[in-house]
Ligand binder design. Structure first.
Ligand SMILES: Cc1cc2nc3c(=O)[nH]c(=O)nc-3n(C[C@H](O)[C@H](O)[C@H](O)COP(=O)(O)OP(=O)(O)OC[C@H]3O[C@@H](n4cnc5c(N)ncnc54)[C@H](O)[C@@H]3O)c2cc1C
Length: 452
């Protein structure tokens, strides 16, 4: 089989590249997807009458093209919501973001947080040249907020010491309130929506799967092949071995698989690229979905759990995004636990700890019946922004770019990004393949920060 553009992976990045290339653009194009459906991480699974996403997948639309495309794809199937996000610690719920809403916590904790924040406002530290996340958090939010939320929560999520993390990833999504807002939020239940993800859109029916399905439906038949796992890629000969298709020869290659997986399939690779690949780190999100046989388990959208006594860092209630995700009388829940990528996990033991934690946090009642339990782990969940990442990527991409390979999307580009940005990654990749823009222009594009 011969194609002009071979696209590895049928998630949003791969589908968007094929869509933006258009039927007549760069010649023939083929998307090969290992699973039996498109969508990748932005997909959904049905279990016992419930529909589960790979944890919460909410639409934040900031770009004119991205917004117009998504609104058109999901015309008549989108609802708007105002975020209801909370934090549970010291036995109480406080509003997100923690740094602006400490009212209700024990007085000593509130004092610690507010005093520490005010100290940073009055005696700002000189900004470090290459700050690590922990020092940055202490300098930005103070010792109290760092101790009570930023450090424990981010350790649970990233699973690496925070002094090894850079601050590149946090961008605009960690809201910094003013001193007046911190003091006010310590005294009053302020229902002010901080941060740029204060509102979101979500499909009325079908879960987030309806987005990649709608995008795939815009492609001509035969452009996407599912159940077509890439097994090997010879970068020099420009040929990929794909299950069910055999050898596929290509002119240009677009990778959207997790970069580590792609490099493990690709040959030949020089020693410096192999060494750089070994320096890449990620976490796995162990996502347990529950179908609870009780309506209205929570009125919230999601809750963050910074304390060590709970194995999970976040629990979401997607029935409050869309009632179509659950049968009548049921509530869907997603529970997120992070572990270092590649670590062995005793899943039955983890499940017991999660269920115990949910009861301790009073999310589940002792007599609650679980109609469904479905693990949907995300093998590469978040790429770790440690100090080794950027130099390793420079080495890898120098080599792959020289071979004409595009590596894009959240995992192909090995970054922290969200669905709209992923769709735009595909658009810009298509433009480069069509000769309408250059990689240099791409580097000048200021990426949108993640919603979470
Ligand atoms: C926990 C979590 C929560 C998130 N929440 C949000 C949110 O609320 N809002 C938001 O906008 N974004 C969110 N995101 C981000 C969003 O999921 C991504 O931006 C987007 O789905 C990435 O798409 P992609 O195409 O780059 O990668 P993927 O979706 O991972 O696509 C890669 C595809 O490659 C396929 N593949 C893998 N190996 C092979 C192989 N050997 N051969 C063939 N195919 C293969 C996979 O099956 C997959 O379909 C979240 C992500 C995570 C992990």
């Amino acid at each position: 089989m011969n194609v002009d553009v071979l696209i590895l992976g049928g998630g949003l990045a791969g589908l968007s590249t094929a869509y933006h290339l258009g039927a007549s653009g760069a010649g023939s194009r083929l998307v090969v997807e290992a699973k039996d459906r498109v969508g990748g991480t932005a997909g959904s699974e049905a279990h016992g009458g419930f529909t589960f996403d790979y944890t919460g997948h909410l639409l934040h639309l900031h770009d004119a093209h991205g917004q117009a495309l998504v609104l058109d794809l999901l015309k008549g199937n989108l609802a708007e919501h105002q975020r209801r996000a909370w934090i549970y610690s010291h036995g109480v719920h406080t509003r997100y973001p923690f740094q602006a809403n400490t009212r209700g916590l024990p007085a000593a904790v509130v004092a610690d947080c507010v005093a520490g924040f005010l100290e940073t406002a009055h005696r700002p530290d000189a900004p470090a040249r290459r700050p690590d996340f922990l020092s940055w958090s202490r300098a930005t939010f103070g010792a109290g907020i760092t101790r009570h939320f930023m450090k424990p929560y981010n350790e649970k999520l990233w699973r690496v010491p925070l002094s090894r993390l850079t601050t590149e990833w946090q961008g605009r999504f960690v809201p910094k309130p003013s001193p007046a807002e911190v003091v006010y939020g310590a005294l009053v239940d302020q229902n002010k929506l901080f941060g740029y993800n204060a509102g979101f859109r979500y499909p009325v029916r079908g879960g987030i799967q309806s987005l990649p399905d709608a995008l795939a439906a815009r492609l001509e038949p035969g452009v996407v092949r599912v159940n077509a796992r890439v097994e090997a890629v010879d970068l020099r000969e420009k040929v990929a071995v794909v299950a069910g298709l055999g050898e596929v020869r290509y002119e240009r290659l677009v990778n959207t698989l997790p970069l580590v997986d792609f490099l493990d399939l690709a040959a030949p690779l020089p020693a410096d690229v192999k060494a750089a690949r070994r320096r890449l780190r990620w976490n796995t999100v162990w996502n347990l979905n529950l179908g609870v046989a009780r309506a209205g388990v929570s009125d919230k959208h999601w809750v963050y759990y910074p304390e060590k006594r709970f194995p999970f860092y976040r629990v979401g209630f997607p029935g409050n995004f869309s009632s179509a995700l659950a049968p009548a009388g049921g509530s869907p829940l997603y529970v997120e636990v992070a572990r270092p990528g590649g670590a062995r996990v005793d899943v039955p033991a983890l499940e017991r700890a999660v269920l115990r934690g949910l009861r301790d946090a009073e999310v589940l009642r002792p007599r609650d019946e679980l109609a469904v339990k479905a693990w949907m782990p995300i093998k590469v969940g978040y790429v770790v922004y440690d100090f080794a990442r950027a130099p390793a990527l420079a080495t890898i991409f120098r080599h792959t770019s020289a071979l004409g390979v595009e590596s894009i999307g959240r995992y192909g580009a090995w970054k922290y990004s969200f669905m709209e940005e992923t769709i735009l990654d595909g658009k810009r990749c298509a433009e480069r393949l069509l000769g309408k823009s250059s990689a240099a222009a791409e580097e000048n594009f200021a990426p949108l920060e993640s919603p979470k």
